[in-house]
Design a binder for this molecule. Sequence first.
Ligand SMILES: O=P(O)(O)OC[C@H]1O[C@H](O[C@H]2O[C@H](CO)[C@@H](O)[C@H](O)[C@H]2O)[C@H](O)[C@@H](O)[C@@H]1O
Length: 380
Amino acid sequence: MDLKSTHKSPVLADSVPMNKSRLGLSSSSVPYSASTTGYSSPGMYLTTPRRKPAPSKLDDVRVSASSPPQKKLNKEFGFEPESEEAETSYHTWVMKYPSALTSFEQITNYAKYKKIALFLDYDGTLSPIVDNPDHAFMSSAMRTAVRNVAKHFPTAIISGRSRDKVCEFVGLTELHYAGSHGMDIMVPLRELESTTDHPNSIRSTDKQEVIPFQPASEFLPMIDEVFRSLVENTNDIEGATVENNKFCVSVHYRLVDEELWPMIAEIVHDILKGYPKLKLTHGRKVLEIRPVIDWNKGKAVEFLLESLGLNNRDDVLPIYVGDDITDEDAFKVLREGNCGYGILVSSVPKESNASYSLRDPSEVKGFLKSLVKWKTTAAV
Ligand SMILES: O=P(O)(O)OC[C@H]1O[C@H](O[C@H]2O[C@H](CO)[C@@H](O)[C@H](O)[C@H]2O)[C@H](O)[C@@H](O)[C@@H]1O
């Protein structure tokens, strides 16, 4: 069965870029629309900045380039370019989303005399995408890079995973963590403001008091119920796994025979019919069920910046690095606020609200190391 073109179902839509439905489903049935994911036509973000005209404008980093061919964009996230043609397409795309490594000087020129606040997604950004979600370990070299960067810049991990799980994977207490796509944040108490006269001197989370911010807490029993129901109903589908991310649930189909993808979609859709207060989003071979609340990774970035006393400040440069659709909400906040840079981790062309790109977690590691080197050697 050609799932890409023939299967028509009212179930759900694929929210991969460019409206390419891998599950072959109509995009109109998903509450998570193109506008909420941030994917849109190229060039629409080259708008007048809302605030802070910068010496080198944040929204000027993308040079104009024609969109890559649609067929090259018809790839699921995370696939490596497979051919010379794909490589050419990538090189065209990277003109529009320049590499954060080759544009490092441009980024740091803008960051001079500013405090960088770093936001990092986990899966596909700090750890490579692997078949088994429980085995998405971060390398020790990456952990060292994150530890080092956090010594110089306030650093937060914002993940779709449960906060506990991502904390366990990363294993660094000196960071800030937001789990469940930002619906579970440990917020540093505002006595931190006393540190703001010392650039980059945000105290580590192990030394400061924190309180939980959980805007979807009322949904916990509902999420648990849906989790159990999804487990029960997908039990017989080989390769399907359901992950409880506390305030959201992931249904993984990476290891499921492609012919059975529509069945998974159908099951999820049928269960969700009974839960109008939950919505469906789509990540990298994963369907994600989460509360219909106006909260996402972008809001989490704004919230964390405010909690850290770093919001609305011309001397702060937030940088967000992520690979998935849910990271687009954060890229969008930075782009539309003209206040920071989004860096998309991707080895295939896709439209994004990010300003720069990196190919894979290994390049992310290189970027983090470069930031540390810059901070420790340049007079900034
Ligand atoms: O926001 P993130 O930290 O990027 O989390 C998004 C989802 O990531 C995980 O799934 C993805 O990575 C897995 C491990 O590499 C892979 O097997 C899966 O196919 C990917 O979708 C995580 O398991 C999900 O719960 C997160 O929502």
